[in-house]
Design a protein around this ligand. Structure first.
Ligand code: HEC
Length: 201
């Protein structure tokens, strides 16, 4: 089985294991809408999700990753975390994953985890959808004027797979209501984000 096939199966299993994201807007104008639509497809029909992700792969990486960036007041920008824009710097999936996985912080309390559970699942399913699109993108050979060293190119798929696997772990940890496991999975996820960014961002 190729790495890609293996990664896809991981994502497919993950998709089936997660529960619903609320229905996205019918139009697909923004990357946010496209990713929500993919997240929804991913849990119902992994083969269709793979096809959909292939079509989204021509999206600029900048636009794609932007869904994980800060949400702005008025609903512009990335998804943010939770239902309401806060206007704070940390209102992004990126910062939420970072703080959840920071072992310098105590893990969430059981009560916090219960309260955030639905929002965490939604966040996680969006990350899984982004990973599926990233998996359909070839590793960029250059970053600006810089050439990516040949030995680093294979890390694109490695970090993408780590992103997908950590998402699977996070899903399980949330379902198990296990704050320590949530922290561990988020730490791995953050490591995948940062590992790839060191080379490509
Ligand atoms: C396989 C590689 C890869 C992985 C894994 C990855 N990223 Fe990225 N990310 C990129 C690249 C490449 C860029 C730069 C895009 C550009 O500016 O063209 C980027 C840019 C970003 C940006 C800035 C987008 C913007 O608004 O311009 C955010 C936010 C981001 N990533 C969040 C994340 C988070 C959160 C994760 C993990 C859950 C993650 N990324 C995992 C490759 C990756």
């Amino acid at each position: 089985m190729s790495n890609r096939t293996c990664l896809f199966l991981t994502l497919a299993v993950l998709g089936l294991g997660l529960w619903g994201v609320s229905a996205p807007a019918a139009d697909e104008k923004s990357p946010n809408d496209a990713i929500d639509k993919l997240a929804e497809t991913l849990q119902k029909d992994p083969a269709a999700a793979k096809k959909q992700a292939g079509e989204l792969a021509k999206m600029d990486t900048d636009d794609l990753m932007g869904v994980l960036n800060k949400r702005k007041k008025g609903g512009e920008g990335g998804f943010g975390f939770g239902p309401k824009p806060t206007g704070e710097m940390d209102d992004s999936i990126e910062k939420k994953v970072e703080s959840l996985g920071d072992t310098g912080n105590p893990p969430l309390t059981a009560a916090q985890l219960a309260k955030e559970s639905a929002d965490l699942q939604k966040m996680n399913q969006r990350v899984a959808a982004v990973a599926l699109v990233v998996a359909a993108k070839p590793a960029p050979k250059t970053v600006g004027a810089k050439t990516v060293p040949a030995k680093d190119l294979k890390k694109w798929d490695e970090f993408t797979e780590m992103m997908a696997k950590s998402s699977q772990e996070l899903n399980r940890a949330i379902q198990d209501k296990d704050p320590k496991a949530v922290q561990a999975a988020a730490k791995r996820m953050d490591g995948a984000c940062k590992g790839c960014h060191v080379i490509w961002r």
